[in-house]
Design a binder for this molecule. Structure first.
Ligand code: G6P
Length: 371
């Protein structure tokens, strides 16, 4: 009923708008009295964590994209090599695992069969398994050595939204916790990132306040045959997730690419007026931002209609953006938390305009319990 959906037409839309609360709840109670990061459900000892020399993240669907973001954060803050792999591939390739490997299984439902089989295999190889999960008492956390629960609350829409944002939060917390235990980052620095995370619910609310602009854009593209998404660094998984949302909900051909790969193939796809949604990294000391702009120039010169998601005050993008969606100014590693939100709104609205059932897309299930 409409009441269950808080007056929204779809559970998915309700869940998108719950994200500031979901992110805030997933951050709650994570600090000790001294302000240090603590993870209560982390049943692995500090010594066990210090012995870890490799992390393999396994997941499916949207959760896999959370894992891709986690790789950037963990490697940067903790200097531990991270592989990210689809659960369904991991299990069958004879992966190299031992007691010093931490396998992180990300699953909103905690019941995805591919991910469950993968952790069972990891444990037979004596690896430690940590689950990041939104469902208390589900099978994957029960069969894991440790768990970080996300606090999104029940997610009803088949396409994951608040589940994804809270998985990102859990991944950042895990990365910071490992950095704290391993001593690869100082307390001040960890504290600073925690504070930035604590300000994210307000930033996400600010993005949601501008949803009308995104809805108008979605309705304009209801007849598009194909939509491309570009990103770099932590924005690359965001591009992949934006494309997945359009496939799932609008049954529209959509693909996400790493912007640097354009010239190695995807640029051949560009046709006159093809919409290309670009996640622009924040301006920083590295060259990520400028490299992204040159990629945007390239596709625009070939006729693409560029929709750019860029931080406020970034005027350098204006000449190359047919449409500009501004994002709050946040560090590059945390940008997925704000950048994915307009892409969720875009897919939700485009599918609505096409008359599709957004909460129950054809051929899909909320949790896939067969391999
Ligand atoms: C299904 C859902 C997706 C979800 C994926 C992984 O395909 O439709 O939205 O991302 O499963 O689910 P999990 O519960 O393991 O995160």
């Amino acid at each position: 009923s409409a009441a269950e959906k808080d007056g929204h037409d779809w559970f998915m839309r309700k869940e998108i708008f719950e994200q500031p609360r979901a992110v805030a709840d997933s951050l709650l109670g994570r600090r000790s009295r001294s302000g240090a990061l603590q993870l209560d459900e982390m049943r692995l000892s500090d010594q066990e964590l210090r012995d870890i020399d490799k992390i393999i993240i396994i997941a499916a669907g949207t959760s896999f994209y959370a894992g891709l973001v986690a790789k950037y954060a963990i490697e940067h803050w903790c200097r531990i090599p991270v592989e990210v792999e689809l659960s369904s591939e991991f299990r069958y390739r004879d992966p190299i695992l031992d007691y010093s490997t931490l396998v992180v299984a990300i699953s909103q439902s905690g019941e995805t069969a591919d991910t469950l089989q993968a952790i069972r295999h990891a444990r037979t190889q004596r690896s430690k398994v940590l689950a990041i999960c939104n469902t208390n008492g589900s099978t994957i956390p029960r069969e894991s050595d440790a768990v970080i629960y996300t606090h999104a609350g029940p997610e009803i829409g088949v396409a994951s939204t608040k589940g994804f944002l809270t998985q990102l939060v859990a991944c950042y917390l895990l990365a910071l916790y490992l950095a704290q235990v391993k001593g690869t980052r100082f307390g001040d620095e960890i504290n600073q990132v925690l504070q930035q995370l604590e300000s994210m619910p307000d930033h996400i609310s600010a993005v949601l306040e501008k949803s009308e602009q995104v809805y108008d854009l979605a309705r304009e593209h209801v007849d598009s045959r194909s939509v491309l998404f570009l990103g770099r660094h932590a924005g690359y998984p965001v591009a992949l997730e934006g494309a997945l949302k359009l496939k799932e909900l609008a049954y529209l051909h959509a693909e996400g690419f790493a912007a640097g790969e354009l010239k190695h193939g995807p640029i051949a796809l560009i046709e006159q007026d093809m919409p290309v949604l670009c996640v622009v990294p924040p301006r920083g000391r590295d060259q990520l931002h400028d490299k992204m702009i040159s990629g945007i120039q390239e596709v625009r010169a070939r006729g693409a209609r560029t929709v750019c998601l860029a931080e406020e005050g970034d005027s350098s993008i204006e000449p190359y953006a047919d449409v500009l969606i501004t994002l709050p100014r946040v560090p590059v590693l945390l940008q997925p938390l704000v950048a994915v939100v307009p892409l969720q709104l875009f897919a939700c609205e485009l599918a609505t305009a096409k008359g599709h059932d957004v909460d129950q897309p054809r051929n899909l299930a909320k949790s896939v319990t067969v391999e």
